[in-house]
Ligand binder design. Structure first.
Ligand SMILES: Nc1ncnc2c1ncn2[C@@H]1O[C@H](COP(=O)(O)OP(=O)(O)OP(=O)(O)O)[C@@H](O)[C@H]1O
Ligand SMILES: [Mg+2]
Length: 307
């Protein structure tokens, strides 16, 4: 399937929960390729894109020595000690033999582990994805605050280009690795992040927000909830709150398909529309208690008789 076309870099934009990650996973599944995901955060830096260092907790040194049992030490302390350090001390007491055995084991263990590194280099999912044909989703690249961080990846995005891993190894993106950047921003919002990265994307695919009807269908299928009338009301409420958040410029919360699904699941357990709305919907739509109360009053309470 290797060809010379470099169309392997895509960006998918759209609201939270519209299905970008699911699409990326489906593309991997359809193509029979492994799927890797890297999630960016405000603090993501150049190094983290390629590798992280982790403390060497496990250690690889294993003691390859035969240890005597407690019974061996009881019965014949001199022979028990000799199996560990090779020295047979005629008439040695059990206590002394035991101490000598502990000392020998400690020294051997120390010798083995002193050559081990304190930290290990763990390559990122991005590097792993570059090593074999795969689908790599880079989530929310626009979240990265440090300007220019993503440009480190340009060298991997360019055809045939290489980038250095921290240990000096040169990494080249497999020509069949497909990179999909996914972001909640629309195309205009994306302009905020580095133009040179943006210009390398072969295609930018906006994912349309789900309609109420699509939300109802999806939620019904995924939750098994059968009450279509109530579900339609819940989907309509989610959409209205979503619009309200945009209108009021409320940016400290979300209200989309995922919240609908959680609301339905919560309702199925509690049978209480209002309470489940608080836990799954209103508390996520905004962090402001007053704002949450307003949304409940305007969008929920007048219709609670559907319950
Ligand atoms: N085509 C689909 N059919 C049924 N369910 C879907 C479909 N696409 C997505 N979903 C479900 O919708 C939910 C949200 O999807 P997903 O996580 O892919 O959204 P997203 O756009 O990546 O969200 P975010 O921007 O928050 O990362 C998931 O529970 C997912 O399983
Ligand atoms: Mg996602």
């Amino acid at each position: 399937m290797v060809d010379k076309t470099p169309a392997r870099l895509f960006m998918m934009t759209g609201d939270a929960g519209t299905g970008k990650t699911t699409d990326a996973r489906m593309i991997a599944q359809i193509l029979g390729l492994p799927y890797y995901v890297f999630t960016c955060g405000p603090g993501t830096d150049e190094l983290e894109l390629l590798a992280t260092t982790v403390p060497n907790m496990g250690g690889t040194a294993h003691l390859e020595m035969e240890l005597p049992s407690l019974e061996d030490i009881e019965m014949d302390p001199a022979s028990a000690l000799a199996t560990v350090n090779g020295i047979y001390e005629e008439g040695i007491s059990r206590e002394k033999a035991f101490r000598e055995i502990l000392k020998a084991v400690y020294e051997k263990g120390y010798e083995k582990s002193k050559n081990e590194k304190d930290f290990l280099l763990k390559e990122s999912e991005i590097v792993k994805a570059c090593r074999e044909p795969s689908v790599l989703e880079i989530q929310e690249p626009a979240m990265i605050e440090k300007p220019g961080t993503l440009t480190r990846l340009n060298s991997l995005f360019d055809d045939g280009a290489v980038t250095d891993l921290v240990n000096g190894e040169q990494i080249r993106r497999n020509p069949d690795t497909i990179v999909i950047m996914t972001t909640n921003l629309d195309y205009v919002g994306c302009q905020n992040f580095n133009q040179s990265v943006l210009s390398r994307m072969n295609l930018i695919q906006p994912k349309e927000a789900l309609t109420e009807e699509e939300m109802v269908k999806r939620a019904m299928k995924r939750t098994g909830f059968k009450n279509k009338e109530l579900l339609s009301f819940m989907a309509a409420t989610v959409c209205k709150i979503h619009e309200y958040l945009i209108e009021q410029d409320i940016t400290d919360g979300v209200c989309g398909y995922r919240e609908l699904e959680n609301w339905v699941l919560s309702y199925m357990v509690s049978n209480d529309l209002r309470r489940s709305a608080w836990t799954a919907l209103l508390s996520k739509a905004s962090m402001d208690r007053e704002e949450q109360g307003t949304m409940e009053r305007v969008f929920l309470l007048p219709h609670c008789d559907v319950d």
